[in-house]
Design a protein around this ligand. Sequence first.
Ligand SMILES: [Zn+2]
Length: 589
Amino acid sequence: MNRLAFYALCAAATLLVPSARAFNIVANGRAQAAVLVDPQATESAAKAADELIVYVEKMTGQKLRRIDRPNTAWKTIRIGAPAKFSKSDEIAVFVNRRGELEITGEGTRGPVYAVFKFLETFGVRYWSPWRETVPEVKSLSVGNNFKLNHKPAFESRSGWGVSHSGHEPRFASWRMKMGANASVPKGFGTPHVVNISETMTRKYLKAEKYFAEHPEWYALVDGERKRTQICQSNQEAVDALIAEVRAELAANTNCTSISLGSDDNDKFCRCDGCRKILAQDDCGDTALEIHVANQVARAISKDYPRAKVSILAYWTKERPPRKMKLEPNVVVGMALGRNYAYPVTQSQAWMEKADGWARAADSRIYIWDYYANFRNFQEPRPDAINIVPNVRHYHSRGFLGASAQLSIGTFSTFGEMKAYLWSQAIWNAEVDADKIIAEFIAANYGKGAGQVRQYWDLMVNALKKAEAPSMGNYGSNYEQWFTPEMMFTSWRLINEALKLTEDDPLANRQCEYLLVAVINDFVLRWEKAEIEKRLETARLTVPIVSRPALVRQLDEICRKYRYPSYWSEQIGWDKRMDDWREKYKEAER
Ligand SMILES: [Zn+2]
């Protein structure tokens, strides 16, 4: 980021020049403050102090000292002092009455979030596990009336995207910097665990364990007992489930979240008993899941008052109950399908179901959202524009948690930007999406940012102008609104961006990722979009020779990055290239 943009970014929040009326951390290249971990702080405050020292050194070249008690040689930065907070993970940074800079936060993780968010006010940005912006400055200070107070929009925050989901420490570290809390690296506090998954017949009442002896515990489907689901009206099965859950809670006193989601299929029981339960309400298989969850919830509420039981509003269980009541210790994971081309507020069906669930569960809702086509992570799909409007809606309804499945492929179109925007929004629903997107593109695509921005706008405008855009989790009609002309424009823009970033390896790599998405589309739509015919009149600076030539180019890029991760949910890039090398070999001219 250039210096001018950086100053503009920070001017509102902080002072960058030393001043008598300011708390100086570093002034004119000399450290003025030292870091004190409050004696009453939670364990993670020590990690928070380490992170602050590391980043201040990166920014100023000055390594702040750690001190055990305030002294006259240094101003004190006090980390992790207990304070009153109203929200889980809330953070506060301010100059206290003793003239110390206090950086603190709620609970076991709060001080760490406080440091990372404080650093953001100086222009530090954690774009992805691979790239950060850390401004270099001579002085670092805040005004004496400086105040940073964030109350995270949701108590449970997570995501599954290209930047979230890796086992290397850099992923865990990035999630922490972004304020996520579902999994937390050692020493950074305890994770906020909310189990929302499909556990029935897999974790609880395992079919492999019980089906042979008790087929009647399992679903009657087309007149036959099947392992697909349990028989929710079978009291013996429910009692066995309660025993399993109680045993788990007894063995693990820290466990506060029991997921009772049905398995991922629509083959539910239709025995006489289950039909009676279904008839109690007008909400489909939802009734069966609630019938079981309520019994488990009642059975554990007294002995395990902190534990919650979760159900899953998904697929054949999307409809909320009208008559059945949820026990107060039942929470709902809500993964309602919709047309992802639009914000949720524009889907009447989604809104009706979601509002019904919010009423039934008194807003004890954990959103499970989607921003990807799992059949092709590279397709033109600017669904990120809906993230902030959606998150604001979830926040306005008082939902407790927000998680989303995002594009996970390394080459997924703007996958890292999506992961970044989602993470920022679920921490603070009031973020300015346009500003974040502008910043992200400027910082990540270097001298190619102008072209990349045009490519992004091309997709966004095409989507906005589309007459009836349709986006599902497993497909979309983007070919109807992202025209062949737009494909050629994308080709030109991204090739220009590549040329412009030749001397900037990081930005060049980001542009090359986008080129993969562009080529991918040409390969897929070669016939339908009549590319060969169009090439006769197209004037291209960088020529397109043939589909086999494009496949060869893709293969070269893939080899360079060692065939990274996923083309789709089911297919890796290695497999994709094996198929395409074979398929387009014959056709070569
Ligand atoms: Zn049944």
